[in-house]
Design a protein around this ligand. Structure first.
Ligand code: HAM
Length: 433
């Protein structure tokens, strides 16, 4: 607190949603919801509070050690504000799996908390659409969730050239790290994190980091990472049965997506994704506009996460898509809808004695499902009209003694200035046209 009183700023890295922000948020989440449901995904939910152990050893070190909001509750339990939804949905499915008919298609739009350095596209609280498909162990499952992600982008009015879907396969990367380069676990993890940063680092610095992590094996890895496309990348790899299956999966996925009309897919051998639980394909969607450098979606296949709960593993594939990055993209491209006040009509009183008539009129309109905001401020008519205009209410109706007596009302559309005279009995019908 300063001399001037409490700070009016929200907590660092979180947002207040004023009505216009809330309308954008609703537009974004409604569009996500509609598209997920078009694909037959059912909505679920859970608490923001989770026992901290849910994330240890599953989400990845960076998230757990550096990015969680964790505290001890009054009963000495370690509690975390969820940083992601995947462990929660896996816990829920594990608990109920015998009662759930497969395959399971679920979605949710939770708020998540990560202690990150706030910057464009990254905040400490964001909402994230999660769509996950359980019980399908084939490339068709991977293709379905990527098609869904791409359909969400389309539902926002974006076209194929506006975004690119980058894909990789953990099996290929695991083969390179463990079998081909024969790196032990800790160096393997270290090099994965370095590869993940390739796009963000200057070329020389990246090479230096690779050499210092893996010594003379650097040349093999750098050649692979610098390959221009999938076939060139494959030509630098040895022949191996396990690897072959993973490479074939990649080809089948790209082909299946092409057949479904998704052609903006790019193989990207540097795409690692920070979570330890991924076991197969991983993918991210990026805006092609350089103003928005952050990933819009991230996801992949995680077939072993359920075994952490002591139950049989279950195939799973899904993604998360954040509201912050989506809003940035829609704003940059001018694709956000114009703000509309929920009220269709502002009833303005010229005299206070008109209140009983105005109240009854308002009651009738609402009973007929017309959203009305009645100005009871007692301010001058001109000020009431200005306020209605500023709030984005499309129509106004001024009520004075004449209107009360005659029942003839003059509705004005503020955007055009067009006035319509109508009897009070026909008012609801006017708005329902
Ligand atoms: P993620 O890549 O950490 O994946 O997040 C997915 C998306 O959430 C990102 O691409 C971004 O749009 C948004 N996002 C993440 N962190 C922030 C942040 N600090 N501020 C704003 N937006 C953010 C996951 O969370 C996985 N659990 C997704 C998943 C679901 N995998 C399988 N199923």
């Amino acid at each position: 607190m300063t001399d001037k009183g409490l700070s009016m700023e929200p907590y660092k890295g979180v947002r207040d949603f004023y009505p216009e922000d809330m309308a954008i948020f609703r537009y974004i989440t409604d569009t996500m919801r509609q598209t997920a449901e078009l694909f037959g995904y059912e909505e679920y939910g859970a608490s923001v509070l989770e026992p901290s152990e849910l994330y240890r050893g599953k989400s990845g070190d960076e998230i757990v050690n550096e990015q969680t909001y964790t505290f001890i509750d009054r009963g000495e339990r370690e509690v975390t504000l969820r940083p992601e939804m995947t462990p929660t949905v896996s816990r829920m499915i594990a608990a109920m799996r015998r009662n759930l008919p497969m395959p399971i298609r679920w979605y949710s739009i939770p708020n998540l908390f990560r202690y990150e350095q706030p910057q464009r596209g990254r905040l400490r609280e964001h909402w994230q659409l999660n769509c996950d498909l359980f019980g399908v162990n084939s490339v068709e499952g991977d293709a379905e969730v990527i098609l869904l992600a791409s359909s969400i982008m389309r539902a926002f009015g974006l076209t194929e050239t506006d975004f690119v879907i980058r894909v990789n396969n953990r099996k290929i990367m695991n083969f390179i790290i463990s079998d081909y380069l024969k790196l032990d676990d800790s160096i393997g993890k270290k090099i994965s994190r370095i590869i993940d940063k390739k796009e963000k680092l200057p070329v020389a610095e990246f090479k230096k980091m690779v050499t210092s992590a893996i010594g003379e094996k650097d040349e093999i890895l750098l050649t692979l990472l610098e390959s221009k496309n999938f076939e060139e990348f494959v030509s630098h790899l040895p022949k191996n049965e396990t690897l072959n299956i993973a490479l074939q999966e990649m080809r089948t996925l790209i082909e299946s997506l092409e057949n479904k009309g998704v052609r903006n897919v790019q193989f990207d051998q540097t795409l690692m994704r920070g979570f330890d639980y991924y076991t197969g394909i991983v993918f991210e969607i990026f805006d092609t506009n350089p103003k928005n450098r952050r990933a819009l979606f991230g996801g992949g296949r995680y077939d072993n996460l359920l075994s952490a709960f002591g139950v049989e593993p279950l195939s799973a594939v899904g993604f998360g898509m954040g509201d912050v990055t989506m809003r940035d993209v829609l704003e940059t491209r001018g694709l956000l809808p114009k703000y509309k006040n929920p009220a269709y009509l502002a009833i303005i009183m010229a005299e206070q004695q008109c209140l009983p008539y105005a109240s009854e009129l308002t009651r009738k309109l609402r009973a007929d499902n017309v959203a009305v905001s009645m100005d009871i401020s007692g301010k001058k008519v001109g000020d009431q009209i200005k306020a209605a205009d500023k709030k984005g209410i499309p129509f106004i109706l001024v009520i004075g003694d004449d209107e009360v007596k005659s029942g003839n009302l003059k509705i004005k559309e503020l955007a055009t200035g067009v006035e319509t005279v109508i009897s009070d009995e026909k008012l609801s019908a006017f708005f329902k046209k």
